[in-house]
Design a binder for this molecule. Structure first.
Ligand code: XLS
Ligand code: NI
Ligand code: NI
Length: 439
């Protein structure tokens, strides 16, 4: 096999003092943290679309990067060159998983049967590589947003024929996920929403989306898919309003339609901030509902209102995210870098620097979160803050669920004024976090 990323070595851990830009300073795969190897805590994945397909084009300018990998774009030779490049790239970084949309893998043909034949061929090739290297599929998905037929949505389209195409793509993508041994299958509803309510039957659209998901679950289970289905919430972009707005909305939707047993969430950092939440908020909402599945790791920019998909740099955010993940018992899925280099960072070297940044940032997040848990003071504070629910008769009564409004009103009458313990402690806790991280 011809090496594609020539001059770029395998990336190794060299420690925080290292000045080598092609080394990890913090990600030490075999290092044990809280009883598990870093590589097990952090099942990193490469996103096929950003890493092997996206060439830096934006609304105002064309591609800056070249991802032809020596082949003519759009051909099967190119599709295979991307597989070669992807596996070499993951191998050099020590990444063990990848994620894909159907149309990331091959050029879509005019006829869906031809597209499917191309997908069969390329996944045979991927499977070979996977067997050679042990690098596996984290999750697959159908791209139900790029093709012009999805201009009015996929499951939410006003056209039953478009709905059939969505079903066909999901069916195929599920088969391929099973073939590649994927841990999960994602629904990201980029076009499942509306631009104006004036033209929209929201109830019909949402019921149709639920029907499509239910059929996907039925078919997936029938063909032996034992993994989790994921919804990836996002409030907007490309649509003005997307139905899977945030974790709470998606969970409500899944529960309302009886889909929650089969689904978990894939939480993306930048989508959380677009919804006006922190990343850790979305992770907490998922975890407390037993639906924390997988993560799309990236970050936005506080001055820009869109999904900039930057590589993770914010160590506080990674720390709080890892805190939620560790407390939630880890991820059944993984940590997919749904992130792209900035447009001028167009070289192969830049791709490696981006992943080194992202992996080191998450390693720092893990190290910090483990320190916070081992230190114990943060958890003790929170426990103490609610202790009156355990330690007083009134508190226990409320938690038991066995009380009435009248009974509680009667208790209030006897109290005069409620006791108001200092409940915040925000500044104290923030100082504590800094002292643990930097101390
Ligand atoms: C776009 C989404 C997309 C999903 C997969 O904003 O993040 O990339 O992760 O369809
Ligand atoms: Ni994503
Ligand atoms: Ni995104």
């Amino acid at each position: 096999m011809k090496e594609i990323f020539v001059r770029i070595p395998e990336i190794k851990f060299e420690g925080s003092e290292s000045k080598n830009p092609f080394a990890f300073r913090f990600y030490d795969a075999d290092k044990v943290v809280l009883g598990k190897k870093m590589s097990e805590h952090l099942p990193f994945a490469m996103a096929w679309w950003h890493t092997l397909c996206a060439e830096g084009a934006d609304m105002f300018g064309s591609a800056t990067a070249d991802k032809s990998f020596g082949a003519r774009k759009g051909t099967m030779e190119h599709a295979k060159a991307k597989v070669d490049a992807g596996f070499e790239f993951m191998h050099k970084l020590g990444i063990r998983y990848y994620c894909w949309h159907d149309v990331d893998l091959v050029q879509e043909a005019d006829d869906i049967s031809e597209t499917n034949a191309r997908l069969d061929e390329i996944t045979d090739y991927i499977l070979e590589k996977s067997k050679e290297t042990g690098i596996k599929c984290l999750w697959g998905t159908a791209n139900l947003f790029s093709n012009p037929r999805y201009m009015n949505g996929a499951g939410s389209s006003n056209s039953p024929e478009v709905y059939c195409f969505a079903a066909a793509q999901i069916k195929k993508a599920l088969e391929l996920t099973v073939k590649l041994g994927g841990r999960g299958y994602v629904f990201w509803g980029g076009r499942e929403g509306y631009e104006t309510l004036l033209n929209t039957d929201m109830a019909l659209e949402q019921e149709n989306i639920a029907r499509l998901m239910r059929m996907a679950v039925e078919y997936g289970r029938k063909i032996g898919f034992g993994g989790d289905f994921y919804v990836e919430p996002k409030p907007k972009e490309p649509m003005k309003h997307q139905y899977d707005y945030d974790a709470a909305t998606a969970i409500g939707f899944l529960k309302a339609h009886g889909l929650d047993k089969h689904f978990k969430l894939n939480i993306e950092a930048n989508h959380a901030t677009l919804a006006g939440h922190t990343f850790e908020h979305e992770l907490r909402v998922s975890a407390m509902n037993g639906m924390l599945g997988s993560v799309d790791a990236n970050q936005g920019d506080m001055f820009l209102g869109w999904d900039t998909d930057e590589f993770p740099f914010d160590v506080y955010s990674a720390t709080f995210a890892m805190l939620e993940i560790l407390r939630g018992g880890g991820l059944g899925g993984g940590i997919n870098f749904d992130a792209k280099t900035r447009r001028p960072s167009y070289t192969y070297e830049d791709m490696f620097h981006a992943f080194i940044l992202g992996m080191d940032t998450w390693a720092l997040g893990l190290i910090n979160a483990a320190k916070i848990i081992e230190d114990g003071r943060l958890d003790a504070f929170v426990k103490e803050r609610y202790s009156a629910y355990r330690d007083t008769d009134t508190g226990r009564k409320i938690l038991s669920g066995d009380c009435t409004l009248e009974e509680l009103a009667e208790r209030a009458r006897g109290l005069g004024k409620p006791r108001l313990p200092s409940g915040g402690g925000q500044e104290k806790l923030q100082a504590l976090i800094n002292s643990i991280i930097f101390g």
